[in-house]
Design a protein around this ligand. Structure first.
Ligand code: BG6
Length: 530
């Protein structure tokens, strides 16, 4: 233990030094939706952190494009206030040590706002002239367009960019586009959007974001699996009985009723975020970490998911309740939600993966709003040891080996196993070995978008979604979307805000002889038989 802690800081410092050395190439970042919430809360704070980490080049310029009563001065002012409040309260993962004036100055000097309607051609002519001027000044024609706008604008903006010839790559300069979530709202719309944008852009110009892939702990799953010799030999149907993937939230829909009521938990979380976790944990080892090798393995995995039967899908909607000590209203009472809404705020699924590694190993996924605890984790449940030696202990009371990857909060990993209680009798109890990131590494100052923006600037698409991967994911959940649309839920609301979710989700595992891990309990407690 002592040697592990003394090695860790040195390794972490090495990584930090190497990272600081690699600056992105000169480029112009154009943010559509420049005055919007996503830009304020995530994109610009991420840029600020990238400047602090020494990752952005001197030849860098940021152009905000959007509607409204905004100009360059007021834009800079608003963004500064946002950074200041994040830095003051340590919001998200921001460090609470105040705004760094030099960093902010570096960034704000490079910011310009173009006010205009991005659904009309006029703004694209102005943008083109501005980009030409900036290119001469910076000596680069590299442009990254960031679509931080509602999904209904994705296709139209790309068409306008194409018509204005802003997506053409000449003289070795690149043009790339980051597209936010949601990418389509079902298989047909995702296919149509892919077809529309692929008429204008080549696949390697498109960066479809899934912000879960920006999370350190999600990226670390690959390191855990493939940089360690001890896990991979166990990672298959011979040793794993089932896998549970949980993304439980303690927030409700907040101010997003309008978006959420037309979306629901399945579309909002499953084919994107939860499937990314599934891919990281279940895909075959890629031959390299090259973007296409990794994405090919993910696509292969999604294509191997057996069409999900509606009998293996549970939906729920929250009623009023108490969440972490605070009263919470029912979903149907939330602003901009239909009073008789049948939109689900909870979903649990059982997936079967038809390949040699995972045949007959069920994967259970669950996610929901207003649950008892906030936790995102993956639990690999291993097969029970032969128990002939412990005849006195009923098999169901022998603790199982579970490897739990905690992705947020309290990032870490635990392995639970059986140990003998000290004493004359052989009495078995469940114990856990626990690793927490914070015990080994300095926490990073990050909002989760830093890596994604940086990777896009250096042209590394590994953490972004390819067209076929997105479509394969929608394809897997489409039967459930169809079944639910044809038969709206009759029992909503069916779980209290602040609870563990609907009872039917327990039955989904219960019928296979399993149970969900309790939400948010310490690893030792989860595996204890007492
Ligand atoms: C978003 C969903 O993509 O992810 C939200 O639209 C959800 O509904 C959020 O709350 C969860 O992300 P995180 O990073 O807070 O776990």
């Amino acid at each position: 233990m002592a040697s592990a802690t003394s090695i860790a800081p040195t390794a972490a410092a090495k990584v930090a030094r190497a990272a600081a050395g690699r600056r992105a190439p000169p480029a112009i970042l154009v943010i559509f939706g420049g005055a919007g919430d996503l830009t304020k809360r995530l994109v610009v704070p991420a840029l600020y952190n990238l400047v602090r980490a020494g990752r952005l080049p001197d030849g860098f310029s940021i152009v905000g494009v959007g509607f409204g009563d905004v100009d360059t001065q007021s834009w800079r002012h608003d963004l500064r206030q946002m950074i200041q409040s994040l830095a003051a309260d340590g919001g998200g993962e921001f460090r609470a040590d105040g705004i760094d004036e030099d960093t902010w100055d570096w960034l704000s000097r490079r910011m310009t706002f173009l006010t205009g309607d991005f659904t009309q051609p006029e703004i694209y002519n102005r943008l083109k002239a501005f980009l030409a001027e900036q290119s001469t000044k910076l000596g680069t024609g590299n442009v990254l367009f960031y679509l931080a706008v509602a999904d209904k604008f994705f296709g139209a903006i790309i068409e306008h960019l194409g018509r204005a010839q802003l997506t053409r790559q000449t003289n070795g300069d690149w043009r790339r586009v980051i597209i936010e979530k949601p990418f389509g709202h079902d298989l047909a719309s995702a296919r149509a959007l892919n077809a529309q944008i692929l008429r204008i852009l080549s696949e390697d110009q498109i960066y479809r974001i899934d912000h879960f892939l920006g999370k350190e702990t999600v990226q670390n799953i690959l390191v855990l699996r493939f940089a360690n010799g001890i896990f991979e030999p166990l990672w298959n149907r011979d040793h794993v009985s089932h896998v549970q993937i949980t993304a439980a939230e303690t927030v409700g829909v907040e101010s997003r009723g309008k978006f959420y009521d037309g979306t629901g938990a399945l579309r909002d979380m499953v084919p994107n975020h939860l499937f990314q976790l599934l891919a990281m944990i279940a895909m075959e080892p890629p031959v390299s970490f090259n973007a296409n090798d990794v994405r090919a393995k993910k696509t292969e995995l999604f294509s191997a998911i057996h069409p999900i039967s509606p009998d293996d899908a549970v939906r729920g909607q929250y009623a009023a309740g108490t969440v972490i000590g605070k009263p919470a209203r029912a979903y149907r009472q939330e602003p901009n939600v239909a009073p008789a809404s049948t939109t689900e705020t909870y979903v649990a699924l059982k997936l079967a993966i038809d390949n040699w590694r995972w045949a007959r190993v069920p994967f259970y996924l669950r996610t929901g709003k207003y649950l008892a605890a906030r936790t995102t984790e993956i639990a690999i449940h291993f097969r029970q040891a032969p128990y002939a030696l412990f005849r006195e202990t009923p098999v169901e009371r022998l603790p199982r080996n579970i490897l739990t990857l905690r992705l947020q909060p309290d990032e870490g990993l635990s392995v639970s196993f059986s140990a003998k209680r000290p004493g004359q009798d052989i009495e078995i109890d469940g114990v856990a070995m626990d690793f927490s990131y914070r015990d080994y590494f300095e926490p990073l100052t990050t909002v989760g978008y830093e890596t994604l923006i940086y990777d896009c600037l250096i042209g590394d698409a590994t953490l972004f979604q390819r067209a076929d991967t997105v479509e394969a994911a929608w394809c897997a959940v489409q039967p459930v979307l169809d079944a639910w649309a044809a038969r709206p839920a009759g029992d909503f609301p069916n779980y209290a805000a602040g609870s563990l979710g609907p009872d039917a989700a327990d039955r989904l595992l219960g019928r296979d002889g399993y149970a969900w891990l309790p939400l948010g309990d310490a690893p030792q407690k989860r595996n204890s038989r007492g």
